[in-house]
Design a protein around this ligand. Structure first.
Ligand code: IDP
Ligand code: MG
Length: 150
């Protein structure tokens, strides 16, 4: 089974018109998009998704924010995609994120950091099954795959 990760463009990314710019970075890198949907997140889904943070002081404002306006949820596939996506995204605090990363290039505040990406392979599996039904995931082969992989 090829590695997959869960990526979500948060409400600020959608509102600021950065959906195309963000998707472009994953496409240009060579990863494969296997699922994508725009959705208004329910409180229940938001709380489940951020379950590990439920004792944190920012938990409530995070759930409020994620449910405040639509998001774009995606699954990307490729060898090493989980760790590589975290690098493409950059550090959680945008002011610490390196230039060239999404957070480093397009945002300034930890509570408005544009994008979520799974932090480990097991987390990715949990998040993908939380956000997507099996039939929403498209398994497909890029015709140019021989130009991306030896
Ligand atoms: P990550 O998104 O880089 O994986 P996490 O530590 O998993 O970062 O935190 C989840 C989200 O919670 C962050 O993306 C950010 O939006 C928010 N967050 C994390 N730490 C803080 C904080 O100290 N203040 C406000 N929001 C925070
Ligand atoms: Mg995280």
């Amino acid at each position: 089974m090829v590695e997959r990760t869960f990526i979500m463009i948060k409400p600020d990314g959608v509102q600021r018109g950065l959906v195309g710019e963000i998707i472009k970075r994953f496409e240009n890198k060579g990863f494969t998009l296997v699922a994508l949907k725009m959705m208004q997140v329910s409180r229940e889904l938001a709380e489940k998704h951020y379950e590990v943070h439920k004792e944190k002081p920012f938990f409530n404002s995070l759930v409020e924010f994620i449910t405040s306006s639509p998001v774009v949820a995606m699954v990307w596939e490729g060898e090493g995609v989980v760790a590589a996506s975290r690098k493409i995204i950059g550090a959680t605090d945008p002011l610490a994120a390196e230039p060239g990363t999404i957070r480093g290039d397009y945002c300034i505040n930890i509570g408005r950091n544009l994008i979520h990406g799974s932090d480990a392979i097991e987390t990715a599996q949990r998040e993908i099954s939380l956000w997507f039904k099996e039939e929403e995931l498209c398994s497909w082969q890029k015709t140019m795959s021989c130009w991306l992989q030896e």
